[in-house]
Design a binder for this molecule. Structure first.
Ligand code: ATP
Length: 253
């Protein structure tokens, strides 16, 4: 059985995410894709984002009509005092525990997010524990993908130089690490674009499933003064407690 994890902030989930998931489902014969909103995205701790329950609700609405797309609470906030950034390696390990040895686990990620992979927690282990599917977005090349790998896995520059202008597609295998590069799905939209259109009262519907657009309209989620705040103020003292307990351990950023 083939299963994929699709993690993200999903603030909000949009047609770009869904288009990629549909292509991947078919190409990799996936039984299930778990959409996993992060409680506190490690790389976005200093930015503002909407509370988890809103982001999860929108993921649930957007995936309701697709039987193979499952909204996952795997990175849902714990008790206030235990709230901590959601590290992908921990999520992957928790999913692995539920699968059989023969099952294939894929980790779906956009190329822009992949470029930071070397700064994530235990990147080598993460890359070995699941097969990565890296979805192209306009403007990135095959060489960018190779250069983003953690140093111990990165091919020498002479090897990647010829691919500098080449679109990222096909499979790359480095020892026991496999990267599948997915061509651009041409849904050139980002959540940032959706939020600023919604905040300005310009229609963001064209980038969203109707149910999500309606949810945003009803909750005024992206109107100034509604909903969004940085991790520090969302987790309050909880993050401090965890940060102190984890002192000395490697953090994502
Ligand atoms: P933001 O604009 O707030 O940074 P985003 O649109 O990139 O958000 P995320 O929730 O951060 O959305 O994305 C989750 C994952 O989906 C990331 O790996 C990201 O690269 C990927 N992704 C987002 N939009 C697209 C798209 N249009 N095409 C391909 N991948 C995408």
């Amino acid at each position: 059985m083939n299963v994929a994890i699709f993690g993200g902030t999903f603030d909000p989930i949009h047609h770009g995410h869904l288009a990629v998931a549909r292509v991947v489902r078919q190409q990799f014969d996936l039984k299930t894709i778990y959409f996993v909103p992060a409680d506190i995205p490690p790389h976005k701790q200093k930015s503002a984002f909407s509370p988890y329950h809103h982001r999860y609700a929108m993921v649930a609405l957007a995936t309701a009509g697709e039987k193979d797309f499952i909204p996952s609470l795997m990175e849902a906030p714990g008790e206030e005092a235990l709230r901590a950034p959601s590290f992908s390696i921990e999520t992957v390990r928790r999913f692995r525990q539920r699968l059989k040895r023969s099952d294939r686990l894929f980790f779906l990620i956009g190329i822009d997010a992949f470029l930071d992979i070397a700064k994530w927690r235990e990147p080598e282990a993460l890359l070995r524990d699941s097969e990565f599917i890296v979805a192209a977005r306009p403007g990135y090349s095959l060489a960018d993908v190779a250069k983003a790998l953690p140093e111990s896995l990165r091919p020498r520059e002479e090897v990647t130089r010829p691919f500098a202008g080449q679109a990222a597609r096909g499979d790359m295998v480095f020892g026991d690490v496999t990267l599948h590069l997915l061509p651009d799905t041409h849904e050139n939209v980002s959540a940032t674009q959706v939020r600023s259109a919604a905040a300005a009262g310009r229609g963001a519907q064209r980038w969203l499933p109707d149910s999500v657009a309606e949810y945003i309209r009803k909750t005024h989620l992206y109107k100034p003064g509604h909903g969004r705040s940085a991790a520090g103020s969302q987790a309050k003292t909880g993050l401090h407690v965890v940060a102190r307990r984890r002192r000395g351990r490697h953090e994502d950023k």
